[in-house]
Design a protein around this ligand. Sequence first.
Ligand SMILES: Cc1cc2nc3c(=O)[nH]c(=O)nc-3n(C[C@H](O)[C@H](O)[C@H](O)COP(=O)(O)OP(=O)(O)OC[C@H]3O[C@@H](n4cnc5c(N)ncnc54)[C@H](O)[C@@H]3O)c2cc1C
Length: 301
Amino acid sequence: MEKRRRVINADLIKTLSLAGCKILENEPMSKRCSFKIGGGADFFVEIPTEKALLVFLQNIGEENFFILGGATNILFSDNGYRGAIVKLTEEFAQFSIKGNAVTCGAGASLPLVVKAAAENNLSGFESLAGIPGTVGGAVLGNAGSAAKWISNSVESVEVFRNAKKELLKREEIVFEYRSSNLKNVVITKINFTLKKAAGNDILKEISESINRRAQSQPLNTPNAGCIFKNPKDASAGKLIDESGLKGKSYGGAKISEIHANFIVNTGAAKADDVLYLAELAKKTVKEKFNINLEYEIKIIK
Ligand SMILES: Cc1cc2nc3c(=O)[nH]c(=O)nc-3n(C[C@H](O)[C@H](O)[C@H](O)COP(=O)(O)OP(=O)(O)OC[C@H]3O[C@@H](n4cnc5c(N)ncnc54)[C@H](O)[C@@H]3O)c2cc1C
């Protein structure tokens, strides 16, 4: 195991605590992510306000922390994380709706925002129904389904870069399938513009999306969503299925029998078990179809 690096010393713990941060040491990441896998992070820091975030960023280099949303698209190493895992709470979990404008803190729950938009007869988020996590995580990874992505409704994004606040207009941000160029920044707030629509149409699309997921995803077993991005004009799940790997187990991990692009934690999976199956899927798909699968989940070591 790597040597523990104290990126936060006793004085800094005091400073951050005074700013309102909550700091936990050696926090198991298995408790904090949808996969329920991962060793201890040296520090787990909950940051409640922009003021506290600024204090944090002025004292800790970006190489020493990792910003977490809802941790629904992440595989943490069994060895945990050497540094600080940061979660934006309180002020960052708020959102508001005025007319067609939806303003969200990056830590706001995506499912709650989708629900509130529907209740206000606002259309644009229907295809996001059933996607877990935060709005910040969804914007960073341009979450969505088929060709309907969260970026379609983004107006602007507030970020901190090198401890300085910036407002990025939509035209300044590059969004692609499951990615954006919002790298090396902390997203703090997102402004969306939605369209007024009939409430019944919105609710119908939302319930179709949720039903589709319930039938096609292993929602009752811990997982982190799709392991791989879909290659151009192909489905990663179908390729893995046609490689004969559906249901394949290793240690406590298993390629889902319901959807082959999901790996599930059947109880006591290690990150290494998941990676073994993922690499096996990559290798087999390459050999059989000459297609390179690219990870969608973030692997954090
Ligand atoms: C059952 C299930 C179904 C899913 N279905 C879908 C789907 O249909 N479509 C889809 O796109 N995804 C899907 N996902 C994956 C996942 O839910 C989404 O990608 C989600 O948007 C990730 O958000 P999060 O808050 O959990 O981000 P996390 O997993 O916590 O983080 C993801 C990335 O975002 C970064 N990040 C998070 N917050 C910030 C911030 N404030 N500033 C800077 N960087 C930040 C993290 O550093 C990390 O790199 C599914 C997952 C599960 C478990």
